[in-house]
Design a protein around this ligand. Sequence first.
Ligand code: ADP
Length: 425
Amino acid sequence: MTKQQQQPVFPQVSGKAILVINCGSSSLKFSLIQPECGTTLLSGLAEYLTTAQARINIKYNIGLSNEEQLATSALVAPFDHQVALSTLVNKLVQLNLVDSIVAVGHRVVHGGEHYAQPTLINTNVKQTIAKLAKLAPLHNPANLIGINACQQAFSKLPQVAVFDTAFHQSMPEKAYLYGLPFELYQQHNIRRYGFHGTSHYFVAKQAAKLLNKPLVQCSFISAHLGNGCSVTVIKNGESVDTSMGMTPLEGVMMGTRSGDVDAGIIFHLVEQLGFSIKQVDTLLNKKSGLLGLSQLSNDCRTLEAAMLDKSHPKSVQAKLALTVFCYRIAKSIASFSASLHELDGLIFTGGIGENSAWVRQEIISQLGLLNFHLCEKSNQATRFGASGNIALNTARACWVIATNEEWVIAEQSAQLLTSNSAGKL
Ligand code: ADP
């Protein structure tokens, strides 16, 4: 069988690329990816947009010399998303890559209950994304900026939205409803949605490959541990529960987010300690988690280094923060066993999950009842891009798998176009 025959899903996009865009209010991450194999041809970040520090960095993975790599056109700050995209377009033209692009795939954070699948963007879809800004006020408007800018810069290309919430739309009512008056759900869409969906889906798919089983026959618990952290339980290939809720604040403790707290604390902060609602928001989202407890940093590397250096003034505090972080994640993993009859294994991903042997060991050491036991040697060896099973042979599997949300967005955009408009590409 030739390579092309083995990949009948993407006949039209073979050899083509998808431009993947992840747009924040002042940043724009982009990568040009071949959907069939996940090869990144080019990637980059424009940041501090619309400020005097605005800058853009493009990294080429197509064998250019250093000299060529550095020859990015000099831009005068401040500049905005549109200018950053024009710079990118010029580069793509220069590199003869523009004709290889068949679509733009956008990461969109909140799809509410409207989108369980990747969706071709049109005016209606944009209006719905704008309406859903009520549920994701920081993210959806920024995602729309990226969509609008790309529609101008790549007016002939189809644009696809891939939603962070989509994978979790398979959650049953018992998992997505809060114990709140039902009319809040009916009238105001207050329910649990979950995030990091593309990442949990990608690592589950990779773990199924490692098991040599179809994803629909697999059950996993996956822990995405980065600056944001979430745990998801996947049954027969579908998300059936996840730790994040209506917003990414719920669930396990994170870099700067508290995760679950007694909601009564909010009344206490406001009524007894004089906090404004805005201050509570900042406290819970930006000043809590690893940063708040350690009084040092939200960065796991900094905390591990401080914990191990007994002379560091925050050594004890750093260890405390990491210990609470790991205990809360272990509790979340254990609680999700309530959703499953069988479990093929646990998956660690995200910057911390992929790299911190200490965090993985600390979490797994509290999950012996579920027959999780790490092989110390494999745990130490599986870092910095290495992946694989880090459990003892006699124990339940525990994989480290590097996530690749961009590849999922490229792949799903290509699949959508192939099924929607065969022959047009
Ligand atoms: P984001 O959620 O912003 O995408 P990442 O997935 O890149 O973040 O994760 C960032 C986190 O990963 C940080 O806390 C960082 O300290 C942690 N991390 C990265 N490398 C290591 C490492 N070698 N050891 C421990 N933690 C690491």
